[in-house]
Design a protein around this ligand. Structure first.
Ligand code: FES
Length: 331
């Protein structure tokens, strides 16, 4: 995809840990705005250029579009870089995939967002509202006060939005969020992996049409603490240290053990590699593998999942030394 330059037109702290950046592209034709679309932004982490993918959305008709970045103090460093950017900065960007393309064929829509997963849902809410569709929304937050974009969504959807706060220790069950859904409703969802997992299971329990559940995760939240570990690639013999601030996929790419990948969010399964040996525990952070596959620990989606422990030995099927055997996603 073509690289473009985006000017940071404004930065606003929309919650204690979330900043919204309004970006204006030097040439808008390169990256047209579309609901569900993502923008790959170049960030500098440990002196190296990496990319982070953010959902594009619009809150008004001003030029450009917005992205929102949640500060992750124990993350890989991308959010810290973004938080250091001020109005007037220029960022290298590329158009990325659209993981929640709009489908206007249904009569009813339900939108469900958890945490910072609200950003693609804002874009969907606006698009559906403008198309005159019937839209309901559940927004799951920790606390109502200070949660980002509630006022904007209420302005857009009026009484059709229900905010669920979990700070009191009561998290709304996934079954309850979809109890009103019928088979003519399309549901767009974005949230962390654990949340998505529950929702997917609830959706299947209800027997609702699989293809009516459209989802996107933000895939860095795990069950276990994030730490460093070593990956050994069986065929090439390469030993690659995965530092705390880097994904296993990025560490393999940096070490020229290039592996196929696509979404980088634990959804598509393209980065799945076979596990030969394991010294530790796998923290599966994807939504691609089945419960059975996860329990077996014979495969890992290396874009988001990690090892808690010492090391993992993977099979080099799909990996080659320095030269990809298959078409790569983005690098
Ligand atoms: S790249 Fe899609 S699941 Fe890892």
């Amino acid at each position: 995809m073509d690289r473009a330059t985006a000017l940071v037109a404004s930065v606003e702290e929309v919650a204690a840990d979330v900043k919204a950046f309004r970006l204006v592209l030097e040439d808008e034709k390169n990256i047209p705005f579309e609901p569900g679309g993502h923008l790959d932004v170049e960030v500098l982490v440990g002196g190296q250029v990496q990319t982070r993918s953010y959902s594009m959305f619009r809150l008004d008709d001003e030029p450009g579009f917005a992205i929102a970045v949640k500060h992750a103090p124990h993350g890989h460093g991308g959010s810290a870089y973004m938080w250091s950017q001020k109005a007037g900065a220029r960022l290298g960007v590329r158009r990325a995939r659209n993981s929640l393309p709009m489908d206007y064929s249904a009569n009813r829509y339900l939108l469900i967002a958890a945490g910072i997963g609200v950003t693609p849902i804002i874009a969907a809410a606006r698009a559906l509202h403008e198309a005159g569709k019937s839209v309901g929304m559940h927004y799951c937050v920790r606390r109502t006060s200070g949660a980002p974009f509630i006022a904007e969504l209420e302005r857009l959807l009026g009484g059709a939005i229900i905010v669920h706060a979990s700070a009191g220790g009561q998290r709304t069950q996934a079954d309850r969020l979809i109890e009103q859904v019928d088979s003519n409703t399309i549901c767009y969802v974005c949230g962390p992996i654990g949340f998505m997992d529950e929702l997917i299971h609830a959706w299947h329990r209800r027997g609702l049409p699989k293809h009516h559940l459209r989802f996107e995760t933000f895939g860095s939240s795990g069950r276990l603490p994030t730490g460093k570990f070593e990956v050994v690639v069986r065929e090439t013999g390469a030993r690659v240290l995965v530092p705390e601030e880097m994904s296993m996929l990025d560490a393999l790419i940096v070490a020229k053990q290039e592996v196929m990948y696509g979404c980088r969010r634990g959804e598509c399964g393209l980065c799945k590699v076979e596990v030969d040996e394991l010294d530790g525990e796998i923290d599966h952070r994807d939504v691609f593998l089945s419960d059975q596959e996860r329990a077996l620990n014979r495969a890992i989606c290396c874009c988001v999942s990690r090892v808690r422990g010492h090391s993992i030995v993977i099979r080099a099927d799909g990996i080659s030394h320095g030269r990809p055997k298959h078409g790569l996603g983005r690098s």
